[in-house]
Ligand binder design. Sequence first.
Ligand SMILES: Nc1ncnc2c1ncn2[C@@H]1O[C@H](COP(=O)(O)OP(=O)(O)OP(=O)(O)O)[C@@H](O)[C@H]1O
Ligand SMILES: [Mg+2]
Length: 368
Amino acid sequence: MPAPVYIGLMSGTSLDGIDAVAVRFDPQFQLIGCHSEQLPEFLNQQIRSLLAPGDNEIDRLGILDLELGKAFATATNNLLATCHLDKSDVHAIGSHGQTIRHRPEHNFTLQSGDPNTITEHTGIMTVADFRRRDMAAGGQGAPLVPAFHNALFRSSKTNRVIVNIGGMANLTILPADPQADVLGYDTGPGNVLLDSWIKEHQQLNYDKNGDWAAQGTIIPQLLEQMLSLPFFHEAPPKSTGREQFNLLWIQRMLTLLDQAPNNTDIQTTLAELTATSIALAIKSHNLDKAEVYLCGGGSHNQYLLQRIQALLPGFTVGTTTELDLHPDWVEAVAFAWLAKQTLDNMPGNMPAVTGASGYRILGSVYPV
Ligand SMILES: Nc1ncnc2c1ncn2[C@@H]1O[C@H](COP(=O)(O)OP(=O)(O)OP(=O)(O)O)[C@@H](O)[C@H]1O
Ligand SMILES: [Mg+2]
């Protein structure tokens, strides 16, 4: 009998779509298929309208939850068709959901995308709501991917750092020493500020390859102002979201400057903020030597990649392609792995990463 297939579903803070993967973990990791499902425009708008406090949130969230559940099911069914799998071939789906609010300071986080609907519309057992058990145990509920990075990417020969550049950016330190603790936390914004600024000024969803950012000059006063935010100086565990890093925050930072800069230079400085906050975080661990591997959509941003490389002399910087997993699918695979952990009665969190009081089996199970 072949080892069971798991499906991972991820819809991140960038709202660029649903990533769906089919994988096996035994006898070794195998990516069977992947599929990216665009979010229908009306859903994208409903999510955006709920990201900040507003009127009639409960009704709007209820409707969104159901519609997103259907969209996750559609993504799954299209993935199955793409890789010629039947629902009976799949043991379970691990679904992250769409984060609507993440407030670790109040001990709550909210992901939407009804798992009952996913099970009903796919005929496959679903595991979801991974973050809240960790929060109930006093953790940040995030990041959850480090345990997966540890399982798949750790080497006993070299220190490795995995950096996921999604809407936010998070890193995982994987020491070569098997006795040393894995560390992981959010470093701050990934693509979210770059996306917001180009949307506002050029009506584009993102700065392809960082071409716009590459044309400007860094504004030192703005960079310094942004880096003075307490978040960047807090010790881990820490996690962040759009509640902190958004267009309004950029606009507030700009009011503190002596002169109004041009929009291109602002884009360049926002890219530098992402690159610098990642590089400073990596350097703060005084690793003798380390290989840095980037994943997430930001790893396609050539300008950002160049800046990270330039700020990390002495480190080799590449992408997870070199570790045999394409950077676009790492997060979705992590949620397939987390579903497997749940169903195997194994913990999914790392207390040293999230700050939880112990290891916990994460998630809720929605059987067929
Ligand atoms: N070719 C590219 N050039 C520049 N940026 C890119 C490119 N491709 C993708 N991106 C960026 O990556 C973003 C999507 O990244 P990703 O899907 O990893 O983030 P996410 O969905 O927010 O996930 P996460 O849960 O990690 O926050 C896009 O919004 C865009 O900013
Ligand atoms: Mg995405």
